[in-house]
Design a protein around this ligand. Sequence first.
Ligand SMILES: Cc1cc2nc3c(=O)[nH]c(=O)nc-3n(C[C@H](O)[C@H](O)[C@H](O)COP(=O)(O)O)c2cc1C
Length: 397
Amino acid sequence: MRPSHRIFSTEDARRLAMKRLPRLVFDFIEGGAGRERGMSRNTEQFDRVLLQPRVMADIEERTQTTEFLGTQFGAPFGVAPMGMCNLVWPHADRMVAETARDLNIPMCLSSAGSSTLDSVHEWAGENAWFQLYFGQSSQTSLEAAAQAQNAGYETLVLTVDVPQVSRRVRDLRNGFTMPFKMTPGAFLDFASHPVWSVSSLAAGVPSPKTLARTENGEGFNRNASRAGADWTFLERLREQWQGKLIVKGITSPVDAVRAQQCDVDAIYVSNHGGRQLDCVPPALRLLPIIRRAVGPAFPLLFDSGVRNGEDVVKALILGADFVMLGRPVLYALGAASQKGLSDLLHCLVEDIDITMAQLGTTNVSDLGLHNLFEDGEAADGPLAVSGPARLHVAGQQ
Ligand SMILES: Cc1cc2nc3c(=O)[nH]c(=O)nc-3n(C[C@H](O)[C@H](O)[C@H](O)COP(=O)(O)O)c2cc1C
């Protein structure tokens, strides 16, 4: 393989995916809400955070093993729920599931997934989590959760930040719909990407397959309004769901505390990668705020803008207990299928390891605000964190 075709970073994966995928598919992965400023702010915020190297700390015995909600994972990151992965490359769901199992990291199957609950559970085993959207009604949503429980899932992620699907201008321009419909523009797009088109044609056009139709007639409807969801629903779901329950898409400290009162096991701080609201604050900036609101010990999961191992470490430093990867996974699959994904995730593991070495840390649970570079000049950024958030720091130096 020519060096220009190898993946050493998310940027490599993105560049290769852009070449290999039809425009419509690439834009579906990459697109954000509105003018896509929210999406850019997520990554820019990571660039603003600087880390403080430490030396001579004897960091020979480093480990990334991370315990989250009572399970030991091989690394402090997993794969965020993303709908219609098989559109990016045939059998992508299987590739994600098997890679997650091999690396012992979690992967979260979306309600809008393109494989069944049973098959993903078979491929990923205990590493498979399930993500639920509120559906037509509380009843159909509880039935969907029951399908996941019956299929053997033990961790449920309820996504609450899509009360209404946002307007993504790229998808509107490209005529992207789900279920997928061929338009003249799409035909030309596909014709100029024959490898993707022939592979996808051979595997069959992907469609939402994760949720079976319930008695009330619902499978998954991307465009359905979820406007009826409220805290009562979360309370009912908590009563019904026997396993771990995580609520995803929390950006407000008030909502975080309300979710805690519903007895959820963890809160997933995320702004959906800027796919829902253009003027949303950068997710990394919200993390210390939510950490302060929920207290030092409450489990927090994070995504939105994570692109490399240093980003994972920064999120852990700023209050996350575990970190999820979104778009980079799809770029890697689009760039080079399973090998692309495996290469990218190995880059991340290596990157985290090297970052820990630079920071003089041997264990991810020792990362904390003491690892930030602070020169007293940044008054508004994440460096302005103070007060109880510091309690999160283990082994503060
Ligand atoms: C193509 C795509 C599909 C997504 N589908 C879902 C979904 O079905 N359910 C969900 O909770 N989040 C979904 N997300 C949001 C991700 O879980 C995650 O929050 C987001 O990708 C994080 O931002 P980042 O990718 O920029 O890091 C999707 C994201 C992408 C890129």
